[in-house]
Design a protein around this ligand. Structure first.
Ligand code: PLP
Length: 455
């Protein structure tokens, strides 16, 4: 370390030997980094002793806050009893068996079977490999194409980045061939002039039919969708969307995978996002809130039909040659069991209790002349900044409006996230009414300050 970097200069130390993901470097060069040391409920505290209300639950995952005593005690107890094991070669920790039983109980299917990963990206990758594996075992090796939507976020590994519908992946030469992105079901932005929401939804169902006809149904391995798109900017689907597209997929025998990495475990006001939209997928991808963010873990949860087909395929080939060293880690599983108990034992009720206050706060700020729309479901929401509300004209992107708003919030002790031109809020379920009011007061102040500066 050069001697210009002092031990208490955490900003310089962070920049010197650590890479940040998804970070705009000019902005941290100008503003510095934030290095955090601990948390208290929904607050995080940095090395300078500054407190921030984290309106994004970390990265959507810390639903029980940053110091939940039961989750900490559970982790400590599991570390003391059995601190690590894998799930290969027919061996697995008892805690892992228990978590699978619990996931099967809470999953929206009759029966379920679980495969563990360390992240949501890996869970999506695993699901794609399972689909390729089982289609091949069933004599359809050509069924490899994957359908997702524009603005979808499914992760960053090569396959999950290919599924992600964001232009930034072109710097990697992604998506891979055979990953097809349908229109994002965001009516406010994607709807045409004079088009009703019902007509928009019908247009997307027709587009799906056309894509399937063009590509050939027998070449398609599966369709993946977030019930509410998260990192795309919190985009609930247009009215009737899943009711319109699911019959099309079903008619062609295309498996439907719900990426519930954000929406799983209560975020939308039901245990699963698919329940909020009244559908049952063929499989669920889970991560993030699965362990309330206290352990890196993901899971593929197969419904009865796919688990039967997968089991038959595995029987035929005698092995599913896939798995991660830490798949089904007993500490992660113990934490997940506790997190699920907390969600069912009160946190889900908290989401339902807080949602009207959250929606009212968003609606109030959406009255601002430079907020084009608010949207959301349960405790995930977004405000979209616009230059002109009537024409929905966005700000020039070089003005970095949402980044300015988020930076102003940070200066006032609130962490929220800029995504495109929107500001995303995804508060921990343990927030009090007063903390929620603090969140909206600070965000409202930042909107006034930033838009006044641009006027
Ligand atoms: C975060 C996220 C992922 C990726 O999970 P990681 O743990 O970051 O790999 C996948 N899908 C959705 C919907 C996500 O929000």
């Amino acid at each position: 370390m050069p001697d210009t970097v002092l031990p208490d200069d955490w900003d310089a130390r962070a920049k010197r030997h650590s890479f940040f993901g998804f970070t705009d470097l000019p902005s941290i060069a100008e503003r510095g980094t934030v290095v955090l040391t601990r948390g208290e409920g929904p607050y995080v505290i940095d090395t300078e002793g500054r407190r921030y209300l984290d309106a994004n639950s970390g990265l959507w995952n810390m639903i029980a806050g940053f110091d939940h005593p039961e989750l900490i005690a559970t982790a400590q107890a599991q570390y003391a009893r059995f601190p690590g094991y894998h799930a290969f070669f027919g061996r697995m920790a008892d805690t892992t068996v228990e978590l699978s039983e619990t996931l099967a109980e809470v999953a929206p299917f009759e029966d379920a079977k679980v495969f563990y990963t360390n992240s949501g990206s890996e869970a999506n990758d695993t699901m794609v490999k399972m689909l390729w594996f089982l289609h091949a075992a069933e004599g359809r090796p050509q069924a490899r194409k994957i359908l997702t939507r524009g603005n979808a976020y499914h992760g960053v590994t090569v396959v999950s980045a290919s599924m992600t519908g964001k232009p930034y992946n072109s710097v990697f030469g992604l998506p891979l061939p055979g990953f097809i992105h349908l229109t994002c079901p965001h009516f406010w932005r994607e709807g045409r002039d004079g088009e009703s929401e019902a007509a928009f939804t019908a247009r997307l169902a027709a587009e799906l039919e056309e894509v399937i006809a063009r590509e050939g149904a027998d070449t398609i391995a599966g369709f993946f969708a977030e019930p509410v798109q998260g990192a795309g900017g919190v985009i609930p689907p247009s009215e009737g969307y899943f009711d319109a597209i699911l019959p099309v997929l079903r008619a062609h025998g295309i498996p439907v995978i719900a990426d519930e990495v954000i929406t799983g475990f209560g975020r939308t006001g039901e245990l699963w996002g698919c329940e909020s939209y009244g559908f049952v997928p063929d499989a669920i991808i889970s991560s993030k809130a699965l362990t309330a963010g206290f352990f890196p873990m993901g899971a593929v949860i197969l419904g009865p039909e796919l688990s039967d087909r997968m089991s038959r395929a595995v029987d035929a080939i005698e092995e599913f040659p896939h798995g991660f060293t830490a798949s089904g880690h007993p500490v992660g599983c113990a934490i997940a069991l506790k997190a699920i108990e907390l969600v069912r034992g009160g946190l889900l009720d908290d989401v339902r209790r807080l949602t009207p206050r959250f929606e009212a706060g968003l609606a109030k700020l959406a009255a601002h002349p430079h907020i084009g729309e608010w949207r959301g479901r349960g405790l995930m929401g977004a405000l979209e900044a616009v230059k002109d509300k009537a024409t929905k004209t966005p700000w020039d992107s070089h003005l970095s409006v949402s980044e300015r708003i988020a930076n102003t919030c940070t200066d006032h002790g609130l962490i929220c996230r800029p995504l495109g031109q929107s500001i995303v809020l995804c508060p921990p379920f343990i927030m009090t009414d007063a903390q929620m009011d603090e969140m909206f007061d600070k965000l409202g102040g930042a909107l006034d300050e930033v838009f006044a500066g641009l006027a």
